[in-house]
Design a binder for this molecule. Structure first.
Ligand code: MG
Length: 248
């Protein structure tokens, strides 16, 4: 079921989203050669808890970290731990905060030190495809318009859209209806209505769209070992257009 929030509910949710966005910003500043993914995770948890919020992902389905931290060919759901980040790595951080009964959810990919032009181009295209998707998230449009906008933007640049994982509604639950694929057909799927809040989160691969899950049961990697990037915002559909809630 798709939940519709009134303006009071949206302003509560905005607080959770702001905490999520600040946590992501801090994580981005911490992505440096020599740091471990576990150290970044601890910093995120400390910040979220200092705001009186809880990390949405901690314990979710048994996930052991406060954030998903995925390096290079890791697409999503990387488990923070002893892995040391090296110069040239690209590091995707996905983090949510639960506050006042609502979740905020956002992600971004950060470069550590100097990264290759190819890695930078992938990150730039993925970040921009998210903006394209958000621009399509207008009341009256349909879910397929969002995915089509993301897909069009990245595929002409030679990248591929991960199919097996998609964005989602977000609110009192971390994952709600509707599913928000990053591919699709314009004019298809559920209609976007004012008061809906959705997480749009393109996962874009340098090579093919195929992914697999590692034996740890969580980490999703590209099958061809090429790079992947991930950007996400929580967005409210309003009569006046899409509003990004996860701004720091
Ligand atoms: Mg999400």
């Amino acid at each position: 079921m798709v939940s519709i929030k009134n303006s009071r509910e949206l302003s509560s949710m905005r607080e959770a989203c702001r905490i999520s966005a600040r946590a992501l910003q801090l994580a981005g500043e911490a992505v440096q050669p020599g740091v471990t993914t576990g150290e970044i995770d601890r910093l995120i948890r400390k910040y979220i808890e200092s705001e009186g919020a809880t990390p949405s992902f901690l314990g979710y389905g048994g996930f052991p970290g406060s954030a998903c931290i995925s390096v290079n060919d890791e697409v999503i759901h990387g488990i923070p731990g002893k892995r040391v980040i090296h110069a040239g790595d690209i590091v995707s951080v996905d983090v949510g905060a639960h506050f006042n009964g609502y979740h905020g959810d956002n992600a971004a990919t950060f470069g550590a030190g100097d990264i290759s032009p190819e890695a930078q181009a992938l990150m730039d295209a993925t970040r921009e495809s998210l903006q394209e998707g958000i621009r399509a998230a207008k009341a009256g449009n349909r879910i397929g318009d969002i995915g089509a906008a993301v897909q069009r933007y990245v595929e002409v640049r030679g990248y591929s859209v991960v199919r097996q994982f998609v964005g989602h509604g977000v609110g009192t639950n971390l994952h709600e209806d509707p599913s928000v694929p990053n591919f699709g057909t314009p004019g298809r799927g559920p209609r976007l209505l004012p008061g809906m809040t959705i997480a749009i989160e393109p996962m874009i691969n340098q090579g093919t769209c195929d992914v697999r899950t590692l034996k740890d049961g969580w980490t999703v990697v590209t099958k061809d070992g090429k790079l992947s990037a991930h950007f996400e915002h929580t967005v409210a559909i309003t009569a006046d257009g899409p509003v990004i809630l996860t701004l720091a």
